[in-house]
Design a protein around this ligand. Structure first.
Ligand SMILES: *Cc1c(COP(=O)(O)O)cnc(C)c1O
Length: 477
C-alpha cells in the first residue's frame, strides 16, 4: 500500500531514473512517479529496474520470512511457461484446473481427511485468502445454526493474541468480533482453558495455529478439540476448530506424523496452508480445505458460465496466475512423502544445530521448541547494554536479515530474534551465520553501535508518509 508521491520542485528537479550509462540510449530521463510521455528501449528499462532492485535485500540471506526463495530449475521453467494462463479460465485450461484438483486431493489426504466425508478445497493466493474464505464459511454456518437469533447477535471468533495479522483483517473486514486469548510471560501460544472461557453461543469458531508465527510453537489442537467436545456435551454448543497450518501444514505430517492436529480430529472442520511456505513454492499459493463439502455454504460458491461451461468458484479474486499451482503440483510429484520428509528433516536438524550453538554462547535463551517449526526464536538471557534490535541491525551490516520484534500481548515486554530455517540455509551457511552472530555480539559488547537499517517504513516516515504502526511480529510472515 503506497501513498501517492508528489514531485518535489523545491529540490530543483523531478525525481527521475537515469543511470549514467543509459545516457548512451536515453535522450531524456525517465520520471519516477509519473507515466513517461513516450516509450524507452526495453534493454535500458530492464537494466534500470534491475539496478534498482539490487538495493533489495538478498533473498537467500532473508531469514525473516517463511516464504520460499529457492526452487529447482525445472520448476522455474514450468512456471515461466505457464505465466500466460489465467487459472480461472478452467474451460480453456482444463488440465491446469485438473492439476489444482489433484493438489487439493493430495493435500486433503496428507491432512487425513476421511474418505467418506467428501473433503473439498480450493487454491488461493496464500493462507490469508484461505483464512478469509474459511472464516466466511464459519460465519455463514454459525448464522444458519443460530437462525433468527443471528440477526441481533454479533458473531465472534476466539484465537490467541499471537495470530498472524490476516486474522485481525478477517475479523475487521467481515465484521466478526475478535476475542483474543492473551499471552503470559511464560506462555506464547493459545491457552485451552482461557480460550474456552471466551466461547459462547455466538462463537463462529476457535483458531488453532500449527506453527505460531512468533515462536514456531504448535498450539495444543488435540487438547482444544477435546475441550470443545466436552463443551458440546455439557452445554450443547457445537463450535468448530479451524487450524491455521500456514507453515506447519507441510512440516508436521512429515516430522511428527503421529501428532493429531488435522482432520483426524472430527472437531477440525477446516485447515489452511501456504504452498509458498514449507510447500516449497514461490509466492502466491495457498490452500483452503474443509473436511466435508457441506461445511461450505452454497451461498458462498459462485457459478459462472461466461468462460464456457459451469465452474463453481470460491475465491476472493477472479483472475489469478496458474504457475504457482503448476509448481505446487510439480513439488508434490517430485518430492513425494519421502522427499518432503527428507527436506523437512534437514531443516529441523539445521534449526536444532543453530539452537544448540546459540545456547552454548551462554548469552541467549531459546523460546522455540524442537517439536515445532524449523524456526529458531531466541531472546537475551540477561540484560545487556545492547538489545536484540541492535543485534538485528549489526547482522544487517553483513547482509543477514533477521528480524527482532516483541511478542504478542501480554508477553510484549519480551523482545526476540527469529531465524526461519528454509531450504538454502544449509549447514555451511549456518556456520557462517553463527560466526557472524558471535562477532556481532563481540562488537556490541565493546560499544559498537550499528546504524539502524534503512527500511521502507523509515524512508516513508522521512517523507511524512508513515504507515500505521502495528506490532512488527504480526507483519512478519
Ligand atoms: C504466513 C502466515 C499467514 C499468512 O499467510 P500468507 O500465505 O502469507 O497469506 C497466516 N497464518 C500464519 C500462522 C502464518 O505463518
Amino acid at each position: 500500500m503506497l501513498t501517492r508521491k508528489e514531485p518535489t520542485p523545491e529540490e530543483g528537479f523531478e525525481p527521475s531514473l537515469a543511470p549514467i550509462y543509459s545516457a548512451r540510449d536515453l535522450s531524456e530521463s525517465i520520471p519516477r512517479y509519473r507515466l513517461p510521455d513516450g516509450p524507452s528501449s526495453p534493454r535500458v528499462v530492464a537494466q534500470l529496474i534491475e539496478d534498482e532492485l539490487n538495493l533489495d535485500g538478498n533473498a537467500a540471506l532473508n531469514l525473516a520470512s517463511f516464504v520460499t526463495t529457492w526452487m529447482e530449475p525445472e520448476a522455474k521453467s514450468l512456471m515461466a511457461r505457464t505465466l500466460s494462463k489465467n487459472f480461472v479460465d478452467a474451460e480453456e485450461y482444463p488440465q491446469t484446473a485438473d492439476l489444482a484438483d489433484r493438489c487439493v486431493n493430495m493435500i486433503a489426504d496428507l491432512f487425513n481427511a476421511p474418505d467418506e466425508t467428501g473433503a473439498t478445497g480450493t487454491a488461493t493466493v496464500g493462507s490469508s485468502e484461505a483464512i478469509h474464505l474459511a472464516g466466511l464459511a464459519m460465519k455463514w454456518r454459525w448464522k444458519k445454526l443460530r437462525g433468527e437469533a443471528a440477526a441481533s447477535a454479533t458473531p465472534n471468533i476466539v484465537m490467541g493474541a499471537n495470530v498472524q495479522v490476516c486474522w485481525e483483517k478477517f475479523a475487521r473486514y467481515f465484521e466478526v468480533e475478535p476475542r483474543y486469548v492473551p499471552m503470559t510471560p511464560t506462555r506464547y501460544i493459545l491457552g485451552v482453558d482461557e480460550a474456552l472461557s471466551l466461547v459462547d453461543e455466538n462463537t463462529i469458531g476457535v483458531v488453532g495455529i500449527l506453527g505460531s508465527t512468533y515462536t514456531g510453537e504448535y498450539e495444543p489442537i488435540e487438547e482444544l478439540a477435546s475441550a470443545l467436545d466436552q463443551l458440546q456435551s455439557e452445554r450443547g454448543l457445537d463450535v468448530p476448530i479451524h487450524v491455521d497450518a500456514a507453515s506447519g501444514g507441510f512440516v508436521a505430517p512429515f516430522i511428527n506424523p503421529d501428532l493429531a492436529w488435522d482432520f483426524r480430529l472430527p472437531r477440525v472442520k477446516s485447515i489452511n496452508t501456504s504452498g509458498h511456505k514449507y510447500g516449497l513454492v514461490y509466492p502466491g499459493i495457498g490452500w483452503a480445505l474443509w473436511r466435508e463439502a457441506d461445511l461450505l455454504p452454497q451461498e458462498l460458491v459462485f457459478h459462472v458460465n461466461y468462460l464456457g461451461g459451469d465452474h463453481p468458484t470460491f475465491n476472493l479474486n477472479f483472475s489469478r496466475g496458474s504457475s504457482q499451482i503448476v509448481a505446487q503440483y510439480y513439488n508434490l510429484l517430485r518430492l513425494g512423502r519421502q522427499g518432503y520428509a527428507k527436506v523437512m528433516g534437514a531443516l529441523v536438524s539445521t534449526a536444532t544445530w543453530i539452537s544448540s550453538e546459540l545456547e552454548a554462547t551462554g548469552r541467549f535463551t531459546l523460546l522455540s521448541k524442537t517439536d515445532a517449526l524449523p524456526v529458531v526464536c531466541f531472546k537475551l538471557t540477561s540484560a545487556e547494554r545492547w538489545s536484540v534490535f541492535d543485534l538485528s541491525a549489526a547482522l544487517r551490516e553483513r547482509g543477514w536479515i533477521i528480524p527482532a520484534y516483541t511478542l504478542a500481548p501480554n508477553a510484549s515486554e519480551i523482545a526476540v530474534l527469529r531465524i526461519v530455517v528454509r531450504e538454502g540455509l544449509g549447514r555451511d551457511v549456518a556456520e557462517t551465520l553463527l560466526s557472524d552472530i558471535r562477532a556481532a555480539v563481540e562488537r556490541l559488547d565493546v560499544g559498537h553501535v550499528p546504524a539502524p537499517p534503512v527500511t521502507r517504513h523509515k524512508r516513508a516516515a522521512a517523507t511524512g508518509h508513515a504507515p500505521r504502526h502495528h506490532n512488527p511480529g504480526r507483519g512478519v510472515c
